[in-house]
Design a protein around this ligand. Structure first.
Ligand SMILES: *Cc1c(COP(=O)(O)O)cnc(C)c1O
Length: 393
């Protein structure tokens, strides 16, 4: 009986064949733009020019497809490059995108500032309201349902299987941005999604040293169109970036286990702080999306947000007072980060329906020793009268 290899086995081995020429265990980094032809049109392995195909990028794409259980993965220069290629493949002028409530600020900016002037519209929608989604998806102009779950930065949860059913009933395409969960915790294609998007910059790379994006699908039609457009539009990543991503991906599972365990401990700690008004983490039993998250994810992730009782002033102060948590945008690396979404990652959504609360702080919980992370948050919260430890003592 052959069994399908488990997630960690796929992460370590998919696309990672030792080099046939030398036996090098790690696939070589192919820093080349072009390939010698054996006579005109005599390509070796189909390689002609590195925008169209590069063995290092191909190895990464095989690894990504295996992780998401898709047939085709394509890698790009950034998450937004992947999104741009995807949306200009799926949509034409006159089409509309249903955009879940608090989508990533850059996704909102791409759609509202770049695509909308070319005639591709969008409608913000509450993905929890399935009747509203069904009614909007049934409009002839609706082409795409864009879902992020968990969302950035509010950690809302959408029901992927329910949205996939609506997409298939209405002939729309369900896209899931799986950046926050990573394929280790959630595999949207297995729940019926049509295309998965990643910013590989985040958990997949995992070490805050490479920017990249990916699309994964099992739909033969879209796979063919997207593969064509990856080359025709040209937003590919370079071989070195692809190589760094493969290296990071091999440890995704062990990193995610630690991210999840640390985030759970920190969520419990923050709940005890008198300065904290609420903690947004899908692992908490009273989180509105907890049951769906428990069903469609195998862990609750390393991202959490919290709101301060004393508003924006207190939120900014906490962000500026941590020492181990680094004040920075981005997420998903081994090191812990803290940020103020309203002023930083989501500033471009100010004044729009996707604006985020000013008293919100977002954490990307790293893999450090959790006691050190908790001590750091405790001393930062003490500056706004919210140290749980001082209260205990
Ligand atoms: C970062 C991010 C993106 C954009 O990816 P880049 O690699 O920065 O272009 C898209 N979606 C989510 C959820 C993200 O966190």
């Amino acid at each position: 009986m052959s069994r399908v290899p488990g997630f960690n086995t796929r992460a370590v081995h998919a696309g990672q064949e030792p080099d046939p020429a030398t036996g090098a265990v790690i696939p070589p980094l192919h820093l080349t733009t072009t390939y010698k032809q054996d006579g005109v049109g005599g390509l070796r392995g189909g390689y002609e020019y590195s925008r169209s195909g590069n063995p290092t990028r191909d190895a990464l794409q095989q690894q990504l497809a295996a992780l998401e259980q898709g047939t085709t993965a394509l890698s790009f220069a950034s998450g937004l490059a992947a999104e741009d290629t995807l949306l200009r493949t799926l949509c034409r002028p006159g089409d509309e995108i249903l955009l879940g409530g608090d989508a990533y600020g850059g996704t909102f900016r791409l759609i509202s500032r770049v695509l909308e002037p070319w005639g591709v519209g969008y409608r913000p929608i509450d993905l929890d309201d399935l009747d509203a989604v069904r009614a909007a998806a049934a409009q002839p102009s609706t082409r795409v349902i864009w879902c992020e779950t968990p969302t950035n930065p509010l950690l809302n949860i959408a029901d992927i299987a329910a949205l996939a059913q609506i997409a298939h009933e209405t002939g729309t395409v369900l896209v899931v941005d799986n950046t926050f969960a990573s394929p280790y915790l959630q595999q949207p294609l297995t729940l019926g999604a049509d295309v998965v998007v990643h910013s590989t910059t985040k958990y997949l790379g995992g070490h805050s040293d490479v920017v990249g994006g990916a699309l994964v699908t099992s739909d033969a039609h879209w796979a063919e169109r997207l593969t064509y457009n990856q080359n025709a539009m040209g937003a590919v990543n370079g071989p070195f970036d692809a190589w760094l991503l493969m290296r990071g991906i091999k440890t995704l599972g062990v990193r995610m286990d630690r991210h999840c365990a640390n985030a759970e401990r920190i969520a419990a700690f923050l709940l005890d702080s008198p300065a904290v008004a609420s903690v947004l983490y899908p692992g908490l039993p009273d989180h509105p999306g907890h049951d769906i998250a428990a069903r469609q994810m195998s862990g609750f992730g390393g991202m959490l947000s919290f709101r301060l009782r004393d508003g924006e002033e207190a939120a900014l102060r906490v962000c500026e007072r941590t020492r181990l948590f680094t004040l920075a945008e981005s997420l998903g690396g081994v090191e812990s980060l803290i940020e103020h979404p309203g002023r930083m990652t989501h500033a471009s959504a100010a004044g729009s329906p996707l604006e985020v609360p000013a008293d919100l702080v977002r954490l990307s919980v790293g893999i450090e020793d959790v006691e050190d992370l908790i001590s750091d948050l405790d001393q930062a919260l003490a500056t706004v009268g919210g140290s749980p430890r001082a209260r205990e003592g």
